[in-house]
Write a protein that binds this ligand. Structure first.
Ligand code: ADP
Ligand code: MG
Length: 401
């Protein structure tokens, strides 16, 4: 058994079992060794940046695409062993799809759209179709054409259509991605009800609020399983299973990136002041505790993650910047102090407010913007508190204010 499989023990109880799933598109690996299981009745939110492989995973689980290697077993069916015809039957019997685009036939009524799907499942049961539409609250919209329905109503027709074969597994790819807030709420309510009536749901979403309604959140990054609340708790970061390999995504949550920056900044300031950066004096919440855009965390946890990523070296409780960490710390400090100058000098905000705004700003200033601000301010040498601003490329040969 591979080490990845050992990390994710599968049991016969699971409705979906994915083991070391690889999907190759030419030279590109859309999925690079993904393993996890889903229990019957579980509602799983699938997250991850664009291009991380979410849709590929949904399509493979739904039998719309084939896998390159690994195993995918749904309800005891090994998908890699199915022929084209068997995949068609699998789709009809086991899964229901809900997509971001509703994919309704424009010249058929709501009822006919659902019945068309029945036709593909070799049943025609008008009462059943009507029942499915009533279940999603559209009992009074049976004869409406898609164009006569709101986006939310169209998506509800699509959900009714997905339900007619009583699928155990519902696969939803950003089902609320095209909906306004009111319709999003209605559609999520329907998913809640489906969940309560025992359907297994795997739903791609970008919305953390939606993900929180699910039982469990799985995040993909670069085709790897990056995070799984079932294994790591709701907020624990996860070591990539490919860690120490060339394939490792070394992906870090945005909150942690911010914590890294704040710690690097404090370590830099310690060095400026000639003090050792003792781990117990460092805070992972914000440079001066004034800003907590991210939840407070023990600095030790964040520091050891930073050590893994070669940003710092830890020696006798002291954090030392590596060359890479030093470069990044210098950039953060520069952005922070430039932002403070900008807020104080240009927008005349008071020093405390300038500092708070700078804390937020330092994370969103791109290198290009950094140079523009610096040039605009005349390449200042110091921040409003008199601390030095590390020079940037733009400062070369320019007289500094
Ligand atoms: P997500 O849904 O997370 O945004 P996808 O699963 O759609 O990501 O895509 C994952 C990666 O695979 C992307 O780099 C994408 O360009 C690539 N990809 C997806 N489908 C195909 C395809 N049919 N042919 C080639 N590359 C594809
Ligand atoms: Mg997608």
């Amino acid at each position: 058994m591979s080490s990845v499989a050992q990390m994710y023990p599968q049991t016969a109880m699971q409705q979906v079992m994915i083991e070391n799933l690889i999907k190759q598109y030419g030279p590109l690996r859309a999925l690079n060794g993904v393993s996890f299981g889903i229990h019957g009745g579980e509602w799983v939110a699938l997250m991850g940046p664009s291009g991380s492989g979410k849709t590929t995973l949904i399509n493979i689980l739904g039998g719309l695409d084939t896998l390159t290697s690994g195993r995918v077993i749904v309800d005891g069916v090994d998908l890699s062993k199915l022929s084209e015809n068997e995949l068609v039957r699998y789709r009809a019997e086991k899964v229901g799809f809900v997509f971001q685009q509703f994919h309704l036939v424009p010249y058929l009524t709501a009822l006919e759209n659902v019945m068309l799907a029945q036709y593909f499942h070799s049943v025609t049961d008008e009462e059943g179709a009507e029942e499915a539409l009533k279940r999603v609250g559209l009992g009074d919209r049976l004869t409406h054409l898609p164009a006569q329905l709101s986006g939310g109503e169209q998506q509800r027709v699509a959900i009714a259509r997905a339900l007619i074969n009583q699928p155990k597994l519902i696969l939803a790819d950003e089902p609320t991605g095209n909906l306004d807030e009111a319709n999003e709420t209605i559609v999520l309510q329907i998913f809640q009800e489906l969940h309560h009536s025992g359907h297994t749901i795997l739903m791609v979403t970008h919305d953390p609020d939606i993900a929180r309604q699910a039982d469990r959140r799985i995040e993909l990054a670069h085709g790897h399983l990056h995070f799984d609340t079932a294994l790591h708790g709701p907020s624990q970061p996860l070591n990539c299973p490919m860690v120490n390999t060339a394939d490792c995504c070394t992906s870090v949550s945005t909150d942690d990136e911010i914590r890294f920056d704040h710690l690097l900044e404090q370590i830099w300031v310690c060095a400026e002041e000639g003090k050792p950066a003792q781990a117990e004096c460092l805070r992972a919440s914000g440079a001066s505790g004034k800003l907590s855009t991210v939840p407070e965390e023990p600095a030790t946890r964040v520091l050891s993650r930073m050590a893994e990523l070669h940003l710092v070296a830890l020696q006798n409780g002291e954090a030392l910047l590596t060359p890479m960490g030093s470069q990044r710390a210098r950039d953060v400090v520069r952005r922070h102090r430039l932002a403070e100058r900008l807020f104080k000098d240009t927008f005349s905000v008071d020093e405390t407010e300038a500092h708070t705004q700078a804390c937020k700003f330092e994370h969103i200033i791109s290198p290009e913007l950094d140079q523009r601000i610096c040039t605009f301010l005349g390449h200042p040498k110091t921040c409003p508190h008199g601390n030095p601003i590390p020079p940037g490329d733009c400062c070369n040969g320019e007289p500094r204010a």
